[in-house]
Design a protein around this ligand. Structure first.
Ligand code: PLP
Length: 393
């Protein structure tokens, strides 16, 4: 008999009741160190007092009114995002997938309004992930995600990650945009090198194609800059944000330049819940904290310490781990043994990590993880690695 919760997830056999900082407590009282942050979502840890306060304060006043009316909290968050980034304008969503949907509509409308409606193709990359809607699975194109769900939405051209020649060849007179994650998350923590992002920006400038960055996982301070593309010194035309921006409250956004957003006029897009007062109250507080002086410096310091110690772990367990990859606190352990075995061995040590493609274990702690918890994390990962390779190794 089918379970009452549609069984699309292979869930770990425990449930959490409460959390504080980087720690979670199960319903039966066990404490887990959280290096997954709900897949890069709880940026500031669990139950951050300032976020709890922002949410409860708003909850006592107003939950929902609809975008038929002005929403002052939305204005506050949009202004913060515009001030801190390349963007001139922001549309709020509830998820990364919805951000992808708008990004696709925006690039198509851009070319339609320019009198080139034939420019509808969006170039994307192997190993990418942009969500689970019909457009998002067509965009990523992986066999595993699309099988059985055809016909797929047309208009996506897939290029092998890192194949510069194929990328150049894929951009034609029908190309509307290039869509890329500056650091692939689900694909296995694969950063796009800075010089490649720069080259991609140049290629887009040459051909007119819009550059759309999916920073749903790598954005909001995760890599040690507010947005990952800042490391390369480039700016996109459109950017998708979600996950970390809500610190655990469902919130996403599409950021765009005035030019890229020009086609999105009155009535061309909407959302019932997008930009609701609750999400925006939390999002504004997350932005305030992540952009406060010293916060990202601390992320980079913690990231350097964690990375160095993960390198040490790889050196001690070469049978288990191949390398550390990633940037900032978006790190991956490329495994030699099955990554899911490593994640499961972590559960036995009461530490949470997240598997990704390419046999990688993702390490995505809260950005404010403290130094003692980093030490604790390495000890637990060390014990998990010892357990997974067995007593004979
Ligand atoms: C998680 C993710 C998405 C989808 O976000 P949802 O909030 O799950 O819809 C899109 N792009 C990237 C890079 C992601 O990591």
């Amino acid at each position: 008999m089918i379970p009452s919760v549609l069984p699309t997830y292979a869930r770990a056999p425990f449930a959490f009741e409460r959390g504080e900082g980087s720690w979670l407590e199960t319903t039966d009282g066990r404490h887990f160190l959280d290096l997954g942050a709900g897949i890069a979502v709880t940026t500031l840890g669990h139950a951050h007092p300032a976020l709890v306060e922002a949410l409860t304060e708003q909850a006592q006043k107003l939950w929902h009114v609809s975008n038929l009316y002005e929403i002052p909290g939305q204005q506050v968050l949009a202004d913060k995002l515009v001030e801190a980034t390349f963007a001139d304008t922001v549309f709020f969503t509830n998820s990364g997938t919805e951000a992808l949907e708008l990004a696709v509509k925006m690039v198509r409308k851009y070319w339609y309004e320019k009198g080139q409606p034939e420019r509808i193709e969006i170039v994307t990359f192997s190993g990418s992930f942009h969500g689970r809607s019909t457009a998002a699975i067509a965009a990523a194109g992986s066999e595993k995600m699309v099988q059985g769900f055809g016909p797929l939405m047309p208009g996506f051209t897939h290029v092998a990650f890192g194949d510069h020649e194929a990328l150049r060849a894929a951009i034609t007179g029908k190309t509307a945009a290039v869509l890329i994650e500056p650091v692939q998350g689900e694909g296995g923590i694969r950063p796009v090198p800075d010089q490649c992002l720069k080259g991609l920006r140049d290629l887009c400038d040459e051909t007119g194609a819009l550059l759309v960055l999916d920073e749903v996982q790598c954005g909001m301070g995760r890599t040690g800059r507010l947005f990952a593309h800042e490391w390369a010194g480039i700016e996109p035309d459109i950017m998708m944000v979600a996950k970390g921006i809500g610190g655990g409250f469902p919130l996403g956004a599409v950021l765009a330049t005035e030019a890229a957003a020009a086609g999105m006029t009155l009535g061309t897009h909407g959302s019932t819940y997008g930009g609701n007062p609750l999400g925006c109250a939390v999002g504004a507080k997350v932005m305030e904290i992540v952009t406060a002086p010293g916060f990202l410096e601390a992320v980079n310091r913690k990231a350097a310490a964690l990375r160095q110690r993960l390198e040490g772990l790889v050196a001690v367990h070469p049978e288990v781990f191949e390398e550390v990859r990633g940037q900032g606190l978006m790190l991956g352990l490329k495994c030699r043994l099955p990554n899911t075995d490593v994640v499961r061995a972590g559960y036995d040590q009461h530490i949470l990590t997240v598997p990704a493609a390419d046999n990688v274990v993702r390490i995505l702690p809260a950005l404010n993880i403290d130094d003692d918890d980093i030490t604790e994390a390495i000890e637990r990962l060390d014990a998990a690695a010892s357990a997974v390779k067995g007593p004979d190794a």
